[in-house]
Design a protein around this ligand. Structure first.
Ligand code: NDP
Length: 333
């Protein structure tokens, strides 16, 4: 079965219209469709249209309110809290972003805790427009347990991604965005769907035995990257996106979740930094570019995000090849 080449705009329309069909209003459908489209455009297929059936399942079950209106509240000069009131996270990021940027440009650093949101996406789309405003930014989010704490046997942590973005005047920002599991669960899901084995050291089966079968890992658990070091970073994500902001740990989110195939309710922790205010001048841009040049000087290196930006340029020009399997799934919804 051949795949379909679609324009970026056609992908956005498909995502938007599908979400609207299942009850999302314009604000929420547009925010989620934008995030899905960004992922397809940048070649992050595990967070593009692949996720649409999950978003729809969550709208259908009523777990997410497709008509939610996130509210933005200043808890302190440098704390801009967004309550999503059960929206998908892109709507909350969109509604809070301007206030976060303003608070960061006033205080030098500002935090945007997001509560009552459902995160089912990559994190870099949450940061890119903040970095485009000349700010550095960090975000992290928990999910439901699928990662074993170092030394343990039972999943407790989510795959808990972290992302950090650095603004590059005149260029797209450097953003790294990575699960703290060895591999994102979505990638394991894609491997299971396509019948591919995955490398050793990614996960264990339901009995805790190492396996490279993605279907067995989906029934079992993943490992944190870097052994106990990644495990500690994953624990940090649980604390920041949970106890710190008044939201759930992954295990608490799972207890409450209805397992409809979509994302649980949880929190997202995000902060931004104005480098000019922190440094006292605007020399940070050139200083960092010289550092990035040092990285590029070495053969075989690249910056995180470079792959995405290359895909973006190619896909804007040639369109995006979208899996027919996923298009059929969307059609069948
Ligand atoms: P990857 O391991 O594919 O990539 C992690 C980061 O490393 C990316 O920023 C990537 O940049 C960069 N990178 C990869 N190779 C190199 C290299 N050779 N040199 C320099 N940088 C490199 O990502 P993961 O599989 O860990 O995560 C995938 C996505 O899943 C993330 O977007 C994450 O947010 C999302 N996720 C979301 C969850 C949720 O609950 N919402 C849960 C878990 C994960 P580039 O993109 O340019 O390749």
């Amino acid at each position: 079965m051949s795949n379909q080449v679609m324009t970026v705009e056609a992908i956005r329309t498909l995502a938007h219209d599908t979400l609207k069909k299942f009850g999302a209003d314009d604000l929420n459908a547009a925010a989620v469709a934008k995030t899905i489209t960004k992922a397809e455009r940048d070649g992050c297929v595990s967070h593009g249209l692949f996720r649409l059936p999950g978003y729809v399942a969550t709208l259908k079950s009523g777990k997410v309110d497709g008509n939610a209106r996130p509210t933005v509240k200043s808890l302190a000069p440098a704390v801009v809290q967004v309550n999503g009131h059960n929206c998908f996270a892109p709507s909350a990021v969109q509604e809070g972003r301007a206030a976060l940027i303003e608070a960061t440009n006033t205080c030098g650093i500002a935090i945007m805790p997001m509560i009552g949101v459902h995160h089912f996406a990559a994190l870099w789309p949450d940061l890119e427009e903040i970095c485009d405003a000349g700010l550095a930014a960090f975000a992290c989010v928990s999910y439901k347990p699928s990662v074993i704490p170092a030394g343990g046997k039972k999943a407790l942590y989510g795959t808990n991604p972290i992302a950090f973005g650095w603004p590059r005047p005149g260029k797209s920002p450097m953003i790294f965005d990575m699960a703290t599991a060895v591999m994102a669960r979505g990638e394991v899901g894609i491997a299971a769907r396509d019948g591919h084995a995955i490398p050793d050291g990614v996960g264990v089966d339901a009995d805790g035995n190492p396996t490279s079968d993605p279907n067995e890992i989906l029934k079992g658990a993943l490992l944190a990257f870097g052994g106990y070091k990644g495990s500690s970073i994953s624990m940090m994500v649980e604390l920041l996106a949970g106890a710190m902001i008044g939201e759930s740990f992954s295990f608490e989110a799972a207890i409450r979740d209805n397992s409809d195939g979509g994302p649980p309710q949880g929190g997202e922790f995000l902060f931004a930094i104005n480098p000019t205010l922190v440094r006292g001048n605007d020399g940070w841009g050139d200083h960092a570019e010289g550092f990035f040049d040092k990285i590029y000087e070495q053969d075989g290196t690249r910056l995180p995000g470079d792959r995405r930006y290359q895909n973006r340029a190619k896909h804007d020009r040639d369109g995006v090849e979208v899996s027919q399997i996923i298009l059929d799934k969307i059609k069948a919804l």
